[in-house]
Design a protein around this ligand. Sequence first.
Ligand code: B12
Ligand code: SF4
Ligand code: SF4
Length: 349
Amino acid sequence: MNFDSLVARIKVWGRELGFQQIGISDTDLRADERRLEAWLERGYHGTMEYMHRHGSKRSRPQELVPGTLRVISARMDYLPETSSTAEAVLEQNETGYVSRYALGRDYHKVLRKALQKLAERIGADVGPFGYRVFVDSAPVLEKALARNAGLGWIGKHTNLINKDAGSWFFLGEFYTDLPLPVDTPAADHCGSCRACMDVCPTDAIVAPYRLDARRCISYLTIELRGSIPTEFRTAIGNRIYGCDDCQLVCPWNKFAQLSTQPDFAARHSLDDSSLLEFFAWTEEEFLAKTEGSAIRRIGYECWLRNVAVGLGNAESSEEVIDALRRRADHPSPLIREHTRWALEQHGIH
Ligand code: B12
Ligand code: SF4
Ligand code: SF4
């Protein structure tokens, strides 16, 4: 079989299915394995036990799927058109900021479906072959594999950046037993820049390429289930789900394109609603408005926890104080504690 021409066809099919780029790598992740181990040893993963759980499977694709020879990585742009710019929302502290990746439909579903179709197309061409599709769904070092496949480099903020497309894209991949020719890994173009490190509100990028997730607003608002440490609450500002500051400041995002994927269009005014509107949602409204969205996974309790922190950082007003007072005796101790903290920020004890 001519694998060079197969790869050319795979890249064309990938674009037809909505991916901006496809690349192929082998499975050698030895240098990244050492860095992953050092990151875990320092405890930077916080409560994300799943980063530990699978041992070396994350950095050794053959241990996860025996027989894997190559990894086909794909990237899909997600930046949606929004009624206000990200910077404008971050400046208006009465509006809630939802990170750009979570404004539309859950990316896991969108990418998985497209990757599955790509695998089926390959199968129709080459006959039965071994593969397994992943989108942030298993112990896979997605960024390192995508870098090795030529899709971009891991920037100092630790996201993957592409020279022609910035970093506002998701990654997905499939492991396969096809002996495809590999792409050239992407080179690092951060140079002497350190804008992301300087802008990070919580100093989570503790050294270039080294993120202490326990300090990252994305972790604090999405992954952490308990109380948000008080030392970070003011810095969180109005960011109620994730954080984009390190990407917003990155000069390479000048080259980013808006997403063409209708699934990633902002839903339910998540791009432009006040903290008061979000805080007023009942559990039923939360479930209805986050149906099919990644936000749903944090649950209603953590949603109110996050919005309470945002309201603690908002301009003082009667409406803000009244809304917080209404939740101050909430049956959930987590919501009570964050609401009371927020009231204290407005001088109410
Ligand atoms: C755990 C996780 C998180 C954690 C930890 C982030 C992290 N840096 O690890 C938290 C919750 C904080 C997080 C946040 C976000 N995430 Co996240 N996350 C993941 C996940 C599940 C695993 C990442 C991982 O393997 N971490 C392990 C550590 C060791 O990796 P690392 O910090 O990148 O370190 C590597 C390199 O930096 C390098 N390195 C480390 N030290 C050193 C030192 C030197 C000198 C050098 C040269 C290199 C180097 O080696 C390491 C191994 O490759 C992936 C999906 C997946 N399965 O891969 C998504 C993923 C990385 N997340 C993604 C996104 C979109 C985000 C957010 C932008 C969401 C948001 N807006 O809030 C933020 C970005 C925050 C940030 N600055 O990284 C996308 C990134 C897409 C892209 N373009 O890169 C992914 C790939 C999901 C996807 N399928 O699209 N995430
Ligand atoms: S996502 Fe926000 S908190 Fe996390 S490293 Fe980037 S700027 Fe810092
Ligand atoms: S802001 Fe600068 S240092 Fe940070 S990832 Fe972008 S280019 Fe690299």
